[in-house]
Write a protein that binds this ligand. Structure first.
Ligand SMILES: [Zn+2]
Length: 286
C-alpha cells in the first residue's frame, strides 16, 4: 500500500533496522524493485532524484502511485536530494509521499533556513522531510553530488539542526560517498560516530552513498540507528551489466526479451541489500 515515508521510518527506528531507498530511473526498475520487496515482504522507499525525474518525467508518477497502491507491502515514494523550495512544491504536487531537502553543501545557517522552509511546506500537507548535515563524498563522474572531501557530521550540530528545522529524519556523513569507489579507495564507516549521533538525536537516521561499501559495515550501521539506506549505483550496475550481456546477441529486438533478464539481475542485488539491512519480513510490522 502507498504509505508516507515517516510511517515507514518510524517503524524502522523503533525496531532497529534499515529500509532500502532504491533509486529508480525507469519503469522496469520500478516494477522490479516493488516485486522483490513483495517477495521479501519488506517495506520500501522508491527514491527518485531530480535528474531521474527529468528522465522519467513526472507524468510517470500516477503509474508509480498506482503500483504502490497495489503492492502487498508498505511503499513510500521519496523525492531524493531536492535543492530548492520550488522543487519541494513540485514534489508535493507530483504525488511524492516523502521528500528530502539537501542543503548540506551550504553554511549551517543557510542549510537551516532552507530546510525549515521545506519542512513548513511538507508538514502543511502531512509529509515528512529528510534533511542532511555534513557532506558525503563523490567518487565518479556519474555519481550524484558530493564534496571532494567528507565533512563528518558533528553530534551537537545535529541536535541543534533538528531543533531549529523540525526535520523528521536526518542524513549524516559518517564515511560514505555517492558512486562506486575507485580501487585505491577503501571506504570506512565511523560506527562510533553513528552511535554518538543516534544517542543524541533519537530520530531516524539516513545513509546516502550506501553502494559499494563493505557488507559488514553497512549491516552493522543498520542495527546501530541508520533506518534508511540509499542504494543507487549497485542496482543500476547489476541492471545494465546484465543488459549489455543480453544485447551481445544482435538478433534480439523486443524489449520484452531484452529487459526481463536485466530486471531479474537487479532483483538479485536488491534482495541482497534487503537481507543485509534487516528489512526482510518487516512488512509484517505494519
Ligand atoms: Zn544521496
Amino acid at each position: 500500500m502507498l504509505t508516507s515515508g515517516d510511517a515507514i521510518l518510524q517503524v524502522a527506528h523503533e525496531n532497529s533496522f534499515a529500509v532500502p531507498a532504491f533509486n529508480i530511473s525507469d519503469w522496469n526498475m520500478c516494477r522490479g524493485i516493488v516485486e522483490i520487496s513483495e517477495e521479501k515482504n519488506a517495506p520500501l522507499l522508491i527514491a527518485i532524484h531530480p535528474d531521474e525525474l527529468s528522465h522519467t518525467t513526472d507524468a510517470l508518477m500516477p503509474a508509480i502511485r498506482e503500483l504502490a497502491h497495489r503492492a502487498s507491502v508498505p511503499v513510500a515514494i521519496h523525492f531524493d536530494h531536492g535543492a530548492t523550495v520550488d522543487q519541494m512544491v513540485w514534489a508535493v504536487q507530483s504525488g511524492f509521499t516523502s521528500v528530502m531537502l539537501d542543503g548540506s553543501m551550504l553554511p549551517f545557517d543557510e542549510n537551516v533556513a532552507l530546510t525549515k522552509a521545506a519542512v513548513d511546506i511538507a508538514h502543511a500537507v502531512g509529509l515528512s522531510v529528510e534533511g542532511e548535515l555534513g557532506t558525503i563524498g563523490k567518487t565518479d563522474a556519474e555519481a550524484e553530488d558530493g564534496a571532494a572531501e567528507i565533512i563528518y557530521t558533528v553530534p551537537e550540530d545535529a541536535v541543534r539542526f533538528i531543533e531549529l528545522t523540525g526535520v523528521d529524519s536526518l542524513a549524516i556523513a559518517i564515511g560514505t560517498s555517492h558512486g562506486i569507489y575507485p580501487s585505491w579507495m577503501k571506504p570506512e564507516l565511523k560506527l562510533d560516530l553513528l552511535k554518538e549521533i543516534k544517542a543524541a538525536v533519537n530520530i531516524p537516521l539516513v545513509l546516502h552513498g550506501g553502494s559499494n561499501n563493505p557488507d559488514s559495515e553497512i549491516g552493522e550501521a543498520a542495527t546501530l540507528g541508520v533506518n534508511k539506506i540509499n542504494i543507487s549505483s549497485d542496482i543500476k550496475v547489476a541492471y545494465h551489466t546484465k543488459m549489455r550481456e543480453v544485447m551481445a546477441d544482435a538478433s534480439l529486438r523486443e524489449p520484452n526479451t531484452i529487459q526481463p533478464p536485466a530486471i531479474e539481475a537487479m532483483k538479485v542485488e536488491a534482495a541482497h541489500k534487503i537481507d543485509l539491512f534487516g528489512a526482510a519480513g518487516k512488512a509484517s510490522l505494519f
